[in-house]
Ligand binder design. Structure first.
Ligand SMILES: NC(=O)c1ccc[n+]([C@@H]2O[C@H](COP(=O)([O-])OP(=O)(O)OC[C@H]3O[C@@H](n4cnc5c(N)ncnc54)[C@H](OP(=O)(O)O)[C@@H]3O)[C@@H](O)[C@H]2O)c1
Length: 241
């Protein structure tokens, strides 16, 4: 489904980003996966000849600024950007450190804006592209103990809507996926009772898997969603929060 498409995926080394990378490789895309864990990057390169590992910290612009230029020079086009990498660090209001605020905003928001800017420069030239941001249903509904995380994801949602309006005349679509609770390392620190409560709120009766999000990303990356932009698609099994 993605033959000859060039995709850049942040946070490709595990969880949702790894599932998207695998599905896109299986769909014949040329995938450039960004992450910091070299062993995990190597694992994907060994599995898929069309996976190109990039070991970089998305918050370090000195490492990321040339990524898009080099890929464009190598491939001649950049078709898909998945802004997936993200971090979550919970604290109650009154206990939140400046470091938590800065780190979450830098990873979850600043990098999304910076990567969108870099990708759109090339996508504008070719008059096509699909940008997919991974937000969260917490960015819509909020959650106690997650005020900063929810603020970062709310920012991703509003950025997605504005970017879609601004870039539509260049043929660039911008959408977001808002996952519910997905079975990855990100939720490994959530206390068992809280996790059980969250799962009990899911109408489809199960926790989400990374492939559930990857399948939606594949749809948004292909021309099957060619008339869809500026949308936030919940992938949450209908969580009633
Ligand atoms: N899991 C959920 O329940 C859930 C729900 C809603 C939304 N989400 C969102 O989905 C996205 C993926 O989450 P996940 O559950 O797959 O998390 P995860 O398993 O913890 O994976 C996070 C990924 O982000 C990468 N990453 C983090 N900071 C980075 C940085 N500074 N530079 C480069 N890469 C960085 C990590 O790579 P390295 O470790 O190799 O650097 C890793 O590949 C996040 O945006 C998250 O907020 C998740």
């Amino acid at each position: 489904m993605l033959s000859n498409k060039v995709a850049i995926i942040t946070g490709a080394t595990k969880g949702i980003g790894k599932a998207i990378s695998q599905l896109f490789c299986q769909s014949n895309a040329v995938v450039y996966g960004i992450g910091r864990n070299q062993d995990n990057l190597n694992e994907l390169s060994e599995l898929y000849h069309n996976f190109h590992p990039i070991n970089a910290d998305i918050c370090d612009t000195s490492q990321t600024k040339n990524i898009f230029t080099s890929i464009y020079k190598e491939q001649g086009h950049i078709d898909i950007l998945i802004n997936n990498a993200g971090i979550m660090s919970d604290s109650l209001i009154g206990m939140i450190s400046d470091e938590q605020i800065f780190n979450m905003f830098q990873t979850n928001v600043f990098s999304v804006i910076q990567f969108t800017q870099m990708a759109s420069r090339f996508m504008k030239k070719q008059k096509s592209g699909s940008i997919i941001n991974i937000a969260s249903i917490i960015g819509v509904h909020g959650n106690a103990g997650q005020s900063v995380y929810s603020a970062t994801k709310g920012a991703v949602i509003s950025f997605t809507k504005s970017a879609a309006k601004e870039l539509s005349s260049y043929g660039i679509r911008v959408n977001a996926i808002a996952p519910g609770i997905i079975n990855t390392d990100l939720i490994s620190n959530v206390p068992e009772d809280k996790l059980a409560k969250r799962i009990s709120q899911i109408q489809l009766g199960r926790i989400g898997q990374p492939i559930d999000v990857a399948n939606t990303a594949l749809f948004l990356a292909t021309d099957m969603s060619g008339y869809i932009t500026g949308q936030i698609i919940n992938v949450d099994g209908l969580a009633i929060l």
